[in-house]
Structure formats: C-alpha cells, structure tokens
Design a protein around this ligand. Structure first.
Ligand code: COI
Length: 370
C-alpha cells in the first residue's frame, strides 16, 4: 500500500459550541467508560491515488457514509485503544504510543488497509489532545484518564470484495474512569466452549472489530450464567487458553512464575501484556509465555498451584479474575482469600504509577502530548 512521503498535518477547526465547562466537569467527575465523547475528532482520508491527505480536527459528530461503504458490508476496519494521563503538574502523557502505532501497522497489513506512518499516528493524537485537553481528567491520585480511540475503515462506496480504494482514519476520545463499574472487584469468567474468538490463520492478532463481534455470543452466554466476561480457547483443539473478549490473561503460580498464553497468531499482542511481562521480570518473577492448557487452570485452581489470575488491557488496566464457570462446573483459585492478590496488586500499582508519573519511567514508556 502506498504512503504519503510528506507528514500528515491536521488543520484545526474549533467548534463554536463546545460543551459548557460545568457540563464537562460533571462528566469528568464520574466518567464511566465510553459513553461521553470530547468536543472534537480527527479525520484523515487515504485514496489509492493520493495516499494520506486532508487531516483535520473538527467538531465531534455524525459521519457521512454511503450505505454501500465497504466497511458496512465486509468489516474492513481496525482500531487502537490508548489513554492520555494527566500528571500532577498538569502535563498530559500517553503510554507507549509507538507500540500502538506499530500494532496498527500490523493490523493494517492483515486487513489490507493502508499503512499510517508512526509519526502521523502520533501527530493525530497530539492534535486531538491539544484541542481537547480540558477533557483530560485532573490528576487526583485515582485512575481517570482520557481514552483515545484511533480507528480506520473502508469508506469507499463499492460492493466488490477487494481492498477499498478510499479509507478514512479517525480518532475520537472519551473520558474514562474504571472500565468495570464495580471498581477493582474480581471478574467472573465464563469458559466459552462452543464459540471461538479467532482461528488459526485468521485475524485474531489484528485489532479489528470482527474479533470483538465474534466474542459477543460467548460473552452473552457468560452473562446468562452470571459471569462478567468470556474466556476463549484455541479453535483448533479447544484445549489451550487464548484470551478474553478484549483482554489478555496472566496466571501467577505459587512458586512465583508469571505465565501467559504465547502469541500464536490468534491472540492480540496487548501493549499492557508486554509491559506486564517486563514488570514481572523486574519483580523477580519467572516469566513464561507458552501454551496454557485449560486443564492446567482447572487443576491449578483446585490444588492451589495457581495463586492469582488477572486480565489486562488498556481500558481495564489489570483486573483480578475470581471464579471461572463452565457448563457443569466452576473453579475459584482464591479459596475465600483476597479479592486482589499481592502480585496482581503490585504489578497494577507499578504500571499505574508509571502511567501517572508517580515513579520514574525507567523504560522510556511515556510520551508527553501536551
Ligand atoms: C482496550 O483495552 O483498549 C481494549 O481494546 C478493550 C476495548 C475493546 C474496550
């Protein structure tokens, strides 16, 4: 796919009717997740002939698409999830944006979408956060942030099945509190035995909407069984743990190993996942990326070999897993113990301290936006 040689610039047109300060502050006091959006959005267009062009920051609002737009039919679409964090001195930062930019490039390749260069991706985030900086929640020692959602979709009006010749890139932003409304309460997982999230050679490693759509039936089944989220197994053997609908999984063993399913091509390479692996090593844990049989989970919970389980992702950070249920059984490795284990809590705090500038960023993970 062609790239523009010149960097993409974003022409800003500020809206004349931004949300009144009092209304915005009311949202920021209790943002929830993904329900309220800032005043502006980024858009840019790619065409086969011109490459990337027409970068803009304009009022957040409905988009115009023809009913024949390819994305509505063939789901040629990808996205990213990141956050902007306000530090105590008022400055605004984001976490490992180059990792998200690189993943978007990999997702683009898999979904036959054009490549958005890393610098343009970075510039798009800066452009939006600069204009909507008042929407980044004040530093309060908690976990509020501005969730950033870059996405790219086939906007060409054409029903033939081929990579679109016109594509739109956009970034929207939404103030965020805790992803799960219950705060840091362990989640209960449903073991999805009938539905897989992704398959060998499929799109599981790409951050495309289809992976999330395919997780919903399993999630619904879980909700019917009183669970919060579903956990998916590999689609070929139905034996190995893959990930949740939108989060990677980690196991902490009694003998201090930190185990996570290896990247087989059907698992999303989470930025939080790879950061947790680094932090785990620094904490002296033995880190293992390997296939994790579901029997190991069930047996380890029963024997006490598995001490802690947590899920991780940008939106929900690190969330302890409590129980797992399946058709005809359940297991709970906590055995009446703490809601959040010591290792889970230490890694969670360490990650948040880096993101909110409360500790030295020895990895160079933070990038200042404003
Ligand atoms: C994220 O953590 O950013 C995710 O991708 C989960 C999201 C789909 C809500």
């Amino acid at each position: 796919m062609s790239q523009t040689a010149a960097p993409l610039t974003f022409e800003v047109t500020r809206r004349t009717d931004p949300r009144p300060d009092a209304e915005r502050e009311a949202v920021l006091a209790n943002p929830g997740f993904g329900t309220t959006f800032t005043d502006h959005m980024v858009t840019a267009t790619w065409t086969r002939d011109e490459g990337w062009h027409d970068g803009r920051v304009t009022a957040y609002g409905p988009i115009t698409l023809m009913p024949s737009a390819a994305v509505l039919h063939y789901a040629q679409e990808i996205f990213e999830g990141m956050k902007a964090y306000r530090h105590e001195d008022g400055s605004i930062w984001t976490f490992r944006p180059e990792a998200n930019a690189q993943r978007m490039l990999r997702s683009s390749t898999r979904m036959a979408l054009p490549q958005l260069p890393e610098d343009d991706f970075l510039a798009s985030l800066r452009a939006l956060v600069e204009v909507d900086q008042a929407w980044v929640p004040a530093y309060d020692g908690g976990e509020k942030s501005l969730y950033l959602r870059p996405f790219m979709y086939a906007s060409e009006a054409f029903l033939g099945v081929r990579p679109a010749a016109e594509v739109t890139y956009s970034v929207i932003a939404s103030p965020a509190g805790a992803y799960f409304s219950g705060g840091i309460k362990p989640v209960t997982l449903w073991l999805s035995e009938h539905y897989a999230r992704a398959g060998e050679g499929g799109t599981g490693a790409a951050k495309c909407g289809g992976n999330y759509a395919s997780s919903l039936a399993g999630q619904l089944e879980g909700i019917e069984h009183g669970c919060d989220q579903a956990v998916f197994l590999d689609s070929s053997t139905h034996t190995y743990v893959e990930e949740l609908g939108g989060m990677n999984l980690f196991f902490v063993t009694r003998d201090n190993r930190l185990v996570t399913p290896e990247l087989t091509g059907s698992i999303l390479e989470g930025v939080t996942r790879s950061s947790v692996l680094e932090l785990g090593k620094e904490l002296g844990l033995t880190v293992e990326e390997r296939r994790v049989p579901i029997s190991e989970w069930k047996d380890g919970a029963a024997s006490g070999e598995i001490a802690e389980i947590f899920a991780c992702g940008t939106a929900a950070v690190i969330t302890p897993v409590g129980e797992m249920r399946w058709d005809g059984g359940s297991c709970d490795h906590r055995r009446g113990g703490e809601d959040i284990g010591e290792v889970t809590s230490t890694i969670r705090t360490r990650l948040l301290d880096i993101q909110y500038g409360r500790t030295e960023d020895t990895h160079g993970w933070m990038t200042r936006l404003v």
